[in-house]
Design a protein around this ligand. Structure first.
Ligand code: AMP
Ligand code: DBH
Length: 532
């Protein structure tokens, strides 16, 4: 039983293998190649795990799941935060040939329900520490789930117990390297959150190539302070890059300076990955007296997920005392990096260039024609680690890809004569709230469930810290206050970061000539109201 997905055409697959991008190795190789190493792989609080222990723990869990009837070809819903069990679970499932979707820990009922509806997972692995799993009510709604393991649970459903029980003679059966290994999450722009099938081959390449560009080695000590399940701290090069290089991952629950600065000092962290608002908070903490001497071991700071202003970028080397690398990536594939030996000017002003020589990236005008260098238009891309279709979404895929298989990310970019990309804006109906993506349609659909709401539009607002915040523009039958709107949405079970920061009630929503909500005009109106 293999999971269906949109494959690369044969000619491309051949070329990607010939050029050595696709090695036909399962992602489990990232760990099993170090199975006998006593070097520390992960530190979670006071708990270090060596590579040998991580390998053994994931074997134990895989063995236990196998005994409960979980088998190759099935899928799993995983909902864990930045804890060692996240990686133990990931490797256990990859070893079994079970494809997980790793939901973000900030996700709630609505997101998890949407993922489960699409994948029909046989297995759920979650955390009792999350409010959604404080009791079993939500679990009972997941019809396809037959096996449940919970972190922080006692008894037969205890994840820790399944990890501790020694496996005897476990033989790994990962899916073939050209098949789906797991599902990555899209930031999305549609009503239904979309899943991105990632194969062993494509993901392994993106990790290995990221390591080359970012210089990750066995000496790398990486602080994972962004959500571990996110593509960026997982693969750019992220924790999986660190494991491949046999370095050490230190977990942090969040990227706050109060938590991270002491961890950096204590564990002599050499590199970490942040989103721009976290950089602002770090700089603010230093300006307010936190000592950047605590950060002395830090050599490289990666920043990505949302646009980093050149002003903020320029302050990093002087005030944090390390090198900056801009990362412009997407869970769908394509990742761009500024290179470690790029000029200061490049590093602060561009979002880097594609990591692979066979990443085909071009800029399209509104008719799909290729634009010359330095012109702003739509990002179009295909390559050895960029997916060819969302899971089970033929209609959306028809508009997200052109006839030649180029993915249109919805970003507006320009590419200079040397191939360096600058992100100029966005065409997709999404709000990028400090790197956390909100699909406007998803929230609008939920708002329309409210009995007083007639029309709803979610638009971005400029924000000095987060880059963008969200504003719900509503046409209502009866007056509605912001707190009531947020309470209603919270009751719908969505991630906290998706709740509108501001709510405005209007007589009507402005429309474009074709009758769609004119969000550009709405944003202008909001900006004027704010200054007035
Ligand atoms: P996701 O779909 O959640 O994987 O988010 C990918 C999107 O994040 C991209 O398409 C961009 O819109 C945005 N993004 C990621 N990195 C950057 C960056 N360095 N600068 C600007 N936007 C970024
Ligand atoms: O925003 C992203 O999705 C992202 C940013 C940087 C990403 O997926 C990545 C690097 O791999």
């Amino acid at each position: 039983m293999t999971i269906p997905f949109t494959r690369w055409p044969e000619a491309f697959a051949c070329r990607y293998r010939e050029k050595g991008y696709w090695q036909d190795l399962p992602l489990t190789d990232i760990l099993t190649r170090h199975a006998h190493s006593d070097a520390t792989a992960v530190i979670d609080g006071e708990r270090p795990l060596s590579y040998r222990q991580l390998h053994q723990a994931s074997n134990n869990l895989a063995c236990s799941l196998q005994a409960q009837g979980i088998a190759r070809g099935q899928t799993a819903l995983v909902h864990l935060g930045n804890v060692a069990e996240f990686y133990i679970t990931l490797f256990a499932l990859l070893k079994l040939g079970v494809a997980p979707v790793n939901a973000l820990f900030s996700h709630q009922r609505s997101e998890l329900t949407a993922y489960a509806a699409q994948l029909k997972p046989a297995l759920l692995i979650a955390d009792r520490d999350h409010a959604l799993f404080a009791d079993d009510a939500f679990i009972r709604t997941l019809d396809s789930v037959r096996v449940v393991l919970l972190r922080g649970e006692q008894g037969e459903h205890a994840l820790e117990a399944a990890i501790a029980r020694p496996a005897d003679n476990f033989v790994a059966t990962p899916t073939p390297a050209g098949e789906v290994a797991f599902f990555q999450l899209s930031g999305g722009s549609t009503g239904m959150p979309k899943l991105i099938p990632r194969t062993h081959n494509d993901y392994y390449y993106s990790i290995a190539r990221s390591n080359e560009i970012c210089g990750f080695t066995a000496q790398t000590r990486y602080l994972c302070a962004l959500p571990a399940a996110h593509n960026y701290p997982m693969s750019s090069p992220g924790a999986l890059g660190v494991f491949l290089a046999q370095g050490c991952v230190v977990l942090a629950a969040d990227p706050s300076a109060t938590l991270c600065f002491p961890l950096i000092e204590k564990h002599q962290i050499t590199v970490t990955a942040l989103v721009p608002p976290a950089v602002s908070l770090w700089l603010q903490a230093i300006a307010e007296g936190a000592s950047n001497a605590q950060l002395a071991s830090l050599k490289l700071l990666q920043v990505g997920g949302a646009r980093l202003s050149a002003t903020l970028a320029a302050r990093i080397p002087a005030e944090i005392g390390c090198q900056l690398q801009q990362v412009f990536g997407m869970a769908e594939g394509l990742v761009n990096y500024t290179r470690l030996d790029d000029s200061f000017d490049r590093i602060i002003h561009t979002q880097g260039r594609p990591m692979c020589p066979d990443d085909e990236v071009w800029v399209a005008d509104e008719h799909g024609n290729r634009l010359p260098p330095d012109h702003v238009g739509r990002l179009m891309t295909r390559g050895p680690y960029t997916f060819r279709g969302y899971f089970n979404s033929p209609e959306h895929n028809a508009s997200a890809f052109d006839v030649d298989g180029f993915y249109c990310s919805g970003d507006l970019i320009s590419i200079d004569g040397q191939g360096y990309i600058t992100v100029q804006g966005r065409e997709k109906d999404q709000i990028n709230r400090g790197g956390e993506k909100i699909a406007a349609e998803e929230i609008e659909n939920l708002l329309l469930r409210h009995e007083s709401v007639i029309h709803a539009a979610l638009v971005s607002l400029e924000d000095s810290l987060l880059g963008e915040k969200s504003c719900a523009c509503l046409v209502v039958k009866a007056p509605l206050r912001a707190v009531a709107v947020r309470r209603f949405l919270r009751e719908q079970g969505i991630a906290e970061f998706k709740l509108p920061d501001r709510v405005e009630c209007l007589e009507t929503l402005p429309l474009t000539p074709v009758g769609k909500v004119d969000k550009k005009q709405l944003r202008q109106w909001l900006a004027e109201r704010t200054t007035a």
